[in-house]
Design a protein around this ligand. Sequence first.
Ligand SMILES: NC(=O)c1ccc[n+]([C@@H]2O[C@H](COP(=O)([O-])OP(=O)(O)OC[C@H]3O[C@@H](n4cnc5c(N)ncnc54)[C@H](OP(=O)(O)O)[C@@H]3O)[C@@H](O)[C@H]2O)c1
Length: 343
Amino acid sequence: MSQEPKTMKAWQLQAFGLENLKLVITDVPQPGPHEVLVKVGAVSLNFRDKAIVDGFYEPEMIPKPLIPVSDAAGTIVKIGDQVTRFKVGDRVTSHLYSRWIDGEPAHNEPDYCFGAPLPGGLAEYMIMHEQSAVAAPDSLSDEQAATLPIAALTAWYSLVSYGNLKAGETVVIQGTGGVSIFGIQIAHALGARVIATTSSDIKGMQARAFGADEIINYSKTPDWAAEVLKLTGGKGADQLLEVVGGDGLNDSILATKVAGRISVIGFLAGQTTNLNLMQLLFRQTNIQGIAVGSRTAFEQMNKAFDQYKIKPVIDMVYPFEKAKDAFKHLTKGAFGKIVIKVA
Ligand SMILES: NC(=O)c1ccc[n+]([C@@H]2O[C@H](COP(=O)([O-])OP(=O)(O)OC[C@H]3O[C@@H](n4cnc5c(N)ncnc54)[C@H](OP(=O)(O)O)[C@@H]3O)[C@@H](O)[C@H]2O)c1
C-alpha cells in the first residue's frame, strides 16, 4: 500500500511575474500506467524557469496555473502498473525534452517539456513518464543531480555529442553561469584547453579552479575575440559555446578557427542577430543551434561524470519555502547553479 499523502505543497505560477508565484496545497498527482510518482528531493533553476515566470519565454504556450521548474531529482515512490524501466525506491532526474530518447529530435519536443507546458518539479511530488526519467548518478546527492538535466546536458551535448571534443583542442566558454561552468568542467576533464570569458576577475579565479586555463574579462577587454586569437597563435579556438547570442555571434565567429564549431545555446544579449555573412563564409564556420540533448546523451554524460568524478558547482541551496529568493538570486547572477531543496 502506498504511503503518500493525498495533498502536497507546491509553488504555482498563477499569472506572469514572481509576485504571482504562490505556495499552495494541491492534490498529489497519480501516475498513469507508464508513469512514476517522484518524491522531489531538489530542483535547480535555469534561465528558462525565470523567463517563464517573467512571461517572456513563449508566453502563449505557458498554461496557468503552472507548477514551474523543469530540473528535478528525487525518489520514485509509486509506479504505474505497466512500468518496467524503474521500481519504487529508484532515484531519478527529469529530462527536459521528455520524449527525445535518441537520434534527431522530433518537431514537437518543446510540447513535452517539464516546467512548461508539463508540470515541473517545484512541488513535493511530480509525475514523470518512465521513458523520460533518467537514473540519477549514485555518486551525486539530489541537490547535485538536480543540476544536470538542462545545464550539464546542454554543455555535454554541445561539446561532446555535437562537437566531438578531443583532447588537445581549444574551447571558448562564455561566462560563468550554470551551463558555462559545466562546459568548463567537461572540456577540462576531456583534456581540452579552456578559455573562459567572464565579467568578473573573482569569478575568473574561481573558474580556474574548475578547469579554465585562460581567463578573459570581457568587460575590461571588449574585443575578447582578438584576445582569443592571440592566445591561439592567430588560429582561433576549435569550438565555442555561445551563451550570449545577439550580435556577439560575430565576435564568436572571429574567435573560432576556420571551419570551427559554434554551439549556439543562449540568447542573453538578444534573441536575434545581425550576422556578418562575408565573415561567416570566409571562415566557413559551423554554427549549430542546440536545445538540451537526448536521453541517450544524458545517460552517456552521467557515466562520464562518474568516470571523471565531475561534481556540479552549486552557488547556493535555498529551502523550499524560500523559492522566490532563489529566483531573485538567479536574476542577480550566479556562479554555477542555484538549487532549491524540496524534501
Ligand atoms: N539551448 C539550450 O538548451 C539551453 C540550455 C540551458 C541554457 N540556455 C540558455 O543559455 C544561456 C545561459 O544560461 P545559464 O543557465 O547558464 O544562465 P546563468 O546561470 O544565468 O548564467 C549567465 C552568465 O552568462 C554570462 N554572460 C552574460 N552576458 C555575457 C556576455 N556578454 N559575455 C559573456 N558572458 C556573459 C555571465 O557570466 P559572468 O558573470 O561570468 O560574466 C552570467 O553569469 C541563457 O540564455 C539560457 O536560456 C539554453
